[in-house]
Structures are given as structure tokens and as C-alpha cells.
Ligand binder design. Structure first.
Ligand code: F6P
Length: 358
């Protein structure tokens, strides 16, 4: 039986992180009499020995709050730790020692980057439990649906509703660029929920000809405006993704962004229809989690703590259909889960006339 568990949040924040932390602490204290400590700012806090005791008082009132009370970072991999400008070392032993000094097990709340680090630490003997998180919903851990995704695409849907009104009034093409890295889950879901005319996904390279055919079809029906949702990782057939910046210390160094502007400019040039672009960016990540995400995050927190208390280490909790089940951490190494281009959602989009650019 463990006496103390440590928890950290790593990678990009996602709405629901605080709800997970709260559920872990409440379950630990009430159900198992286990003490919880939090490392600040993900693995950076471990490397810099920055901890805080997480009591019930500490997590009171945080359920609806966006962000993470622990702080996070998507840099500072202990296996590839920056010790000086341009100089990296494997400091994983130091990392494990520090965690063991404070706790018997570590719960990592993170996406593929942080969970991969968790897996590597587990391989070296650390007791690790994973809790999957990302607004991108792209974790290849079982069928894991991640908290934060529902909030992110709900916000993108609201944005589309707002853009609909102004696009229609001005007879414009409006392009909405959403996040999602190399997967188009946010774009597909928001596009379907928000009634987009065109949805461009990283999984389906697009051509301008196909998009313009859709715009022309609408014009022929006297619909003089069009809404295009483009995932940040979308690319034209034979072309490349638009990279905004490269962050070398990050577990995933590429930051995408800018394809929305490219598409809007090109559509305006080719059609002569005035076009505008809105980039939702980090607005999708901030804000209060939806009720769905609050519940999912709470379930994940409870389930992760249950695993840790039972000594079931080396697993990530994962939502499979309606049920939570433990999935080996090793699954994270399989890469990301992309949109199934033959899946029912994509087929539904096509059947109702949404153009996917191909
Ligand atoms: O993985 C979550 C995510 O928001 C992606 O959708 C996006 O590409 C990336 O993180 C942005 O990262 P950063 O916060 O470093 O700009």
C-alpha cells in the first residue's frame, strides 16, 4: 500500500486538468488515506525540486477552472535535459531519485510527450500511472477520449456560429483555423457541429479546385458566403504543412499554424470573393471545461488514483466506449490516433455535402 503519491501535469494545458487533480486528491484522501504532493510545472518542477502538498483545501473550488493549478511545460524532458545553451544530458536518474524522495508513485497527467516520458521512467523502475490529456483527442491509448477535446470543439463550434452571421451578411468566405496538430478531430467535429461548408483535415490533402467547386455550387444556389474550417495541420495535395515555429527543447518541436491565412488568400485570389481568416489559437485551450469534460476528467482522476492505490502501475486510464479501463503505458509509443478517413463521421460529412477538399 502506498503512503504518498505525486502528481504532475505536463504538455499543453487542457480544460479539465484541475478537475483531474481535484478528483485524485479527494479519492486519495477520502478513500485511501493517501497523501498527495504535486510537482510544479511538469517535469521541470521535478528537476528543480519544486513541490507542494495538495490537500482537499488546496483543490477546493477548482473544478470549473481552466488551466492547471500546478502549472505545466512542454519542454524539460529528463531524458534529454538542457543543462546549458545547446547542451543536453540524460538526467532521468536524478528525476527518479527526486520523485522517490517525496512519493511511492507518480501520476502523470499528460499527452503523448509526457506519457512517453512516464513510460520511459516506468521502464527504469518508477511506479507510474498515466492519465491521458489533450484537446487534440489524438492519443493512441486504446480508444481513449481525452478531456479538453469537448471544450475545445464546443468553443470552435460557437466561433463558427458567430462567423456564420458575419460571413452571410458580407457575402464573404470566412476561414476558421483550429488546432489539433497532425490530427483533424477538432476541425471535423467543430465543422460538423457548426455547419461548415468545407472542412480541411491533415488526413485528407486538399486541392483549391475542389474547394472552389463547392463555393460555386453554393453560389448557384444563391448562397453567397462560405465557411471553411481548416485544421492547422491541413496541407494541399503535394504541398507541406505550414510550420509557425520550431522549439528544440520540446518533446514535439514543431508548432503548426498559418494555413488559414494561406487558404483565405488563395481563395480570394482565385474566386474574387472577399475572404477573411480567424485563427482560434489558444482560446481553444483556455476557459472553463464543459460539463462533459468535468465529468470525464473527474472519472479519469478517480480511476488513476484507484490504479495507484491498488499498485497497478505502468498503465494509463482510458475511456473505451462508456467504460474506463487500464491500458499499458507502452501503447503511447504507438504514435498518435488520426481521423479515420473511412470512418462514419467522415462519411456522414460527405453525405450531407460537406467538401473535404478532395
Ligand atoms: O497539443 C495541444 C496543442 O494545443 C495543439 O493543438 C497545438 O498544435 C499545440 O498544442 C500548440 O502548442 P503551444 O501551446 O506550445 O503553442
Amino acid at each position: 500500500m502506498i503512503q504518498r503519491v505525486a502528481v504532475l501535469t505536463g504538455g499543453g494545458d487542457a480544460p479539465g486538468l484541475n478537475a483531474v487533480i481535484r478528483a485524485i486528491v479527494k479519492t486519495a484522501v477520502r478513500e485511501y488515506g493517501i497523501e498527495v504532493i504535486g510537482f510544479r510545472d511538469g517535469f521541470k518542477g521535478v528537476m528543480e525540486n519544486r513541490v507542494t502538498l495538495l490537500t482537499e483545501a488546496e483543490v477546493s473550488g477548482i473544478l470549473p477552472r481552466g488551466g492547471t493549478i500546478l502549472g505545466t511545460t512542454n519542454r524539460d524532458n529528463p531524458f534529454h535535459y538542457q543543462v546549458a545553451e545547446g547542451k543536453f544530458e540524460d538526467r532521468s536518474d536524478q528525476c527518479i531519485e527526486t520523485i522517490k524522495e517525496y512519493a511511492d508513485a507518480l501520476i502523470v497527467i499528460g499527452g503523448d510527450g509526457s506519457l512517453s516520458i512516464g513510460y520511459d521512467l516506468a521502464q527504469k523502475g518508477l511506479h507510474v500511472v498515466g492519465c491521458p490529456k489533450t484537446i487534440d483527442n489524438d492519443l493512441a491509448v486504446g480508444q481513449a477520449k481525452t478531456f479538453g477535446f469537448d471544450t475545445a470543439y464546443a468553443f470552435a463550434t460557437e466561433a463558427l456560429d458567430r462567423l456564420h452571421a458575419t460571413a452571410e451578411s458580407h457575402h464573404r468566405i470566412i476561414v476558421l483555423e483550429v488546432m489539433g496538430r497532425y490530427a483533424g478531430h477538432i476541425a471535423l467535429h467543430a465543422g460538423l457541429a457548426g455547419g461548415a461548408d468545407v472542412i480541411l483535415l491533415p488526413e485528407i490533402p486538399f486541392t483549391y479546385e475542389k474547394i472552389i467547386a463547392k463555393i460555386n455550387e453554393r453560389l448557384s444556389q444563391n448562397k453567397r458566403f462560405s465557411l471553411v474550417v481548416v485544421a492547422e495541420g491541413a496541407k494541399p495535395l503535394g504541398g507541406e504543412m505550414v510550420v509557425q515555429k520550431v522549439i528544440t527543447q520540446s518533446t514535439d518541436p514543431i508548432r503548426l499554424g498559418g494555413i488559414g491565412e494561406v487558404v483565405a488568400r488563395e481563395l480570394e485570389r482565385r474566386t474574387g470573393i472577399e475572404s477573411r481568416v480567424t485563427v482560434l489559437g489558444h482560446l481553444q485551450r483556455g476557459g472553463s471545461p464543459t460539463p462533459y469534460d468535468r465529468i470525464l476528467a473527474t472519472r479519469y482522476g478517480v480511476a488513476a488514483m484507484d490504479l495507484a492505490a491498488r499498485g497497478q502501475f505502468g498503465y494509463v486510464v482510458s475511456l473505451d466506449g462508456e467504460h474506463l479501463k487500464p491500458v499499458p503505458l507502452a501503447e503511447v509509443a504507438k504514435g498518435i490516433r488520426k481521423v479515420d478517413v473511412e470512418g462514419e463521421l467522415v462519411k456522414a460529412a460527405r453525405k450531407i455535402g460537406i467538401c473535404l477538399g478532395d
